[in-house]
Design a protein around this ligand. Structure first.
Ligand code: SF4
Length: 480
């Protein structure tokens, strides 16, 4: 025992955790199960066959090949679309990849068209192919793999303008998915003092950390108003419990739930008085809007809870931090823009200012808005977020139908199918497992062994704008 027994005890607790957790250590794992789509997403292409011409061709070939049916019914489509039943009379459109092999050989008989029914997410950057990706992730819980290589664009606005650096040199050292070396995705949420102060007897005399950990750096945000319902909120809360994360739930519903460590009540100012009725202590409370006096009051009322503040991403965050806020949820719009700027740039600026002010380690930044694909999570963390709140991706996973920007409460622009609780929870759990595995892939490729080290690590990323400026600045035609 050292001269400060309280310090020794704190240290041993920090190292070992509760005794029963030492003996019951379990490697974190998200259990996935198939959860099939309720209805298919429209296929990429429409295969239009002129049947009378195809029948004419079949009759001609019947004579030409003397009734050899396998030859007569075969068509040049290795994907089995325009070659299936009856030699292409009933094409299997859902498997068409648009290679145009068929229409090159039979231009008078078959034509391939983009399917106008395919929908992305209106008012966002999420296109139909990305919707397909999310549906696959929610259906299977697996990482989507395209064996034929990437056929999309190599740059673009927003998150597409950031390229993560997967250095081959470090890659063999980490392998999170396959389990050779554990990579931690644990994320700490809360506030930490700049240092611990102890009295002469070794007791902590100053402020203590108010921190708890979740197993993944993402949580479920409160769903868009048009689809918010008790049933859906129970689904997000249960999915959060299963993956050991958090779900933001409006206060009136949260207050009626039994004690739920995964539930974060979202409290509007007019609900402050009703907070007294809360009969359990949440791990975290999220206050809508910033008001210093209100913040201090609720922190005092809930000394065991982390009290976070939800504000638009364009808010002067360093000023709020100077005023005492420590856990902030920054909200951008659905296209990942805040105050006319890209959300990633805004986060990066806030992160750097907090670093310069010497308070970044004391603060937790959560962000939401336009973070809708698995790769957006590490990119947002590289920009400086600690965790990401998911709003639209879970809705896509649950096969919501979108007719307009989802946050517009008046438009009621989103419709969810009838939710079977077990199916819906499994879809969100599968989505989380897939996104975590993709995060592990990126961390492994970067040689990082925990996601906390990724925060603000811009050296692990290349920015298209900067690379283009380096390459083309001063050259006529560069619009930089
Ligand atoms: S475009 Fe390619 S995949 Fe589609 S039907 Fe034609 S040959 Fe088959």
């Amino acid at each position: 025992m050292g001269p400060y027994p309280h310090v020794d005890r704190l240290w041993s607790l920090a190292c070992l955790g509760p005794r029963d957790s030492v003996s019951t250590y379990k490697r974190y794992h998200i259990e996935t199960k198939p959860a099939p789509d309720l209805y298919p997403h429209p296929s990429r292409f429409r295969v239009r066959v002129k049947k009378h011409r195809l029948i004419g061709l079949l009759l001609k070939e019947l004579v030409q090949y003397r009734g050899n049916m396998p030859v007569v019914l075969s068509r040049p489509c290795v994907y089995g679309v325009f070659s299936g039943p009856l030699g292409g009379l009933a094409p299997r459109e859902h498997s068409c990849v648009g290679c145009l092999r068929c229409t090159t050989q039979y231009p008078d008989i078959v034509q391939i068209h983009p399917n106008p029914e395919r929908a992305g997410l209106p008012g966002s950057d999420l296109g139909p192919d990305q919707v397909d990706t999310i549906l696959y992730e929610a259906r299977t819980g697996r990482v989507p793999v395209r064996g034929a290589g990437y056929r999309g664009m190599f740059g673009g606005p927003g998150w597409d303008g950031m390229w993560t650096d997967m250095s081959e040199i470090v890659r063999p050292t980490r392998d999170g998915i396959h389990g050779r070396e554990f990579i931690s995705t644990v994320t700490e949420i809360g506030e930490k003092p700049p240092y611990l102060a102890f009295d002469e007897e070794g007791r902590v005399s100053g402020s203590e950390p108010r921190v708890f950990a979740i197993q993944v750096p993402f949580l479920f945000d409160v769903p868009p108003p048009a689809v918010r319902s008790d049933a859906l909120l129970h689904v997000t809360a249960e999915a959060a419990r299963r993956i050991d994360s958090l779900a933001v739930v409006p206060f009136p519903l949260a207050a009626g739930l039994p004690e739920s460590p995964e539930v974060v009540p979202l409290v509007r100012s007019e609900e402050d008085a009703a907070l007294e009725r809360m009969c359990w202590i949440p791990r975290m409370l999220l206050l809508e809007g910033w008001n210093r006096e209100r913040y201090e009051r609720i922190r005092g009322r809930f000394p065991e809870s982390v009290v976070a503040v939800r504000v638009p991403a364009g808010t002067d965050v360093p000023e709020m931090v100077r005023a005492g806020a420590r856990v902030l949820h920054l909200v951008a719009d659905e296209t990942a823009r805040a105050g006319g700027r890209f959300f990633g740039d805004v986060i990066l600026e806030i992160h750097r200012k907090l670093v310069l002010d010497g308070v970044r380690e004391e603060v937790t930044l959560i962000g939401s808005g336009g973070i809708v694909l698995a790769e957006h999570v590490p990119k947002a963390i590289i920009c400086g977020l600690d965790a990401v709140a998911l709003e639209m991706a879970p809705m896509v996973a649950l096969q919501a139908r979108f007719r307009g920007p989802g946050r517009d409460p008046g438009a009621a622009a989103i419709r969810l199918p009838g939710l079977d609780h077990t199916w819906a929870v499994q879809r969100l759990v599968n989505l989380s497992a897939s996104w975590r595995d993709q995060l592990l892939e990126i961390l492994g490729a970067m040689g990082l062994r925990e996601v906390r080290r990724l925060r603000g690590e811009v050296g692990r990323c290349m920015f298209q704008k900067e690379l283009e400026r380096e390459a083309f600045a001063g050259i006529e035609g560069y619009e930089g």
